[in-house]
Write a protein of this length. Structure first.
Ligand code: CA
Length: 231
C-alpha cells in the first residue's frame, strides 16, 4: 500500500483546523495539527512532512515569518499559505518568502484538496517511478536525498531530486528549459527561470556525470534544452 502523505496543519482557529484535519484524514492523509507558529516550529524540528498548510495570521509568530525562517534554515517542505480575502500584498510576500501556493479564505474543501494534490504532484512529479531507482548508471534514493555512483554517496537537494524524478518520468524526450522550469518549479518561464534551470542542471551534473564536459545522463539538446537518455 502506498504510504500516506504527511501534512502539518497550522491554524489557530480551532473550527477551521479541525475541519481541515478531518477532511484530509478522510482523504487518506496523515495529519498533525499545530495551534500556533511556535508549536509548528517545534513539530517541524522533529518530524518530516510532505506538505505544510500554514495560516498567515497566527499568534506569536506569523505564517509569513515562519515560512521565511524555515526557508532560511533550508527546509524544503512545500508550503500552502492560507490567507484571508484582501491580503493580496501578504500573498505576494508569502510567495516571495518561499511558499509554494496560497489559498484564500473562505475556500471550499474540494478546492483545497485540489491544491494540495497539485502541489504534491508538482513537488514530487516522479512519484510513479518509485523511491530508489537507476538514473543512468547512478542509484537515486529519493527518500534519503542521495545518489550513489562508483560506490560514492553524494547528497542531493530536494530540488535536484525533483529534477531527476522529472527526467526519469520523461525519458528519451527533449525537454525544453521552459517545460522543466514550469513542471519542476511550478512557475512560468522568465529570464530568471532560464538561469535557475541552467544553474541547477550544472550542479546536478557535477554530482552524477563522470565527465561534465560530455554529459551522458542528462544530455544537452542544442537550441532546446535537455534530454535524459534511458536504455
Ligand atoms: Ca488565523
Amino acid at each position: 500500500m502506498a504510504q500516506k502523505a504527511n501534512v502539518l496543519v497550522v491554524e489557530d482557529e480551532q473550527k477551521i483546523r479541525t475541519a481541515l484535519a478531518d477532511f484530509l484524514e478522510f482523504h487518506d492523509f496523515a495529519v498533525v495539527q499545530a495551534v500556533d507558529g511556535l508549536e509548528a516550529q517545534r513539530i517541524v524540528r522533529d518530524k518530516k512532512f510532505d506538505l505544510i498548510l500554514l495560516d498567515l495570521m497566527l499568534p506569536k509568530i506569523s505564517g509569513e515569518q515562519l515560512c521565511a525562517k524555515w526557508r532560511q534554515e533550508g527546509l524544503q517542505t512545500p508550503v500552502i499559505m492560507l490567507t484571508a480575502k484582501g491580503q493580496e500584498k501578504e500573498k505576494i510576500a508569502g510567495l516571495e518568502l518561499g511558499a509554494d501556493d496560497y489559498i484564500t479564505k473562505p475556500f471550499s474543501l474540494e478546492e483545497l484538496l485540489a491544491r494540495v494534490k497539485a502541489v504534491l504532484r508538482r513537488t514530487d512529479p516522479g512519484r510513479a517511478v518509485g523511491k530508489i531507482f537507476k538514473f543512468g548508471d547512478v542509484d537515486v534514493d529519493i527518500a534519503a536525498l542521495t545518489v550513489r555512483c562508483d560506490k560514492k554517496e553524494i547528497e542531493i537537494s530536494r530540488r535536484e531530486a525533483q529534477i531527476i524524478q522529472f527526467f526519469a518520468a520523461n525519458p528519451n524526450r527533449a525537454i525544453s528549459r521552459e517545460e522543466l522550469y514550469e513542471k519542476v518549479w511550478g512557475e512560468e518561464m522568465s529570464e530568471f527561470g532560464t538561469r535557475t534551470t541552467d544553474m541547477h542542471i550544472a550542479k546536478l551534473r557535477s554530482k552524477i556525470e563522470k565527465n561534465t564536459n560530455e554529459p551522458q545522463i542528462i544530455k544537452t539538446v542544442r537550441g532546446t534544452g535537455y534530454k535524459y537518455e534511458s536504455g
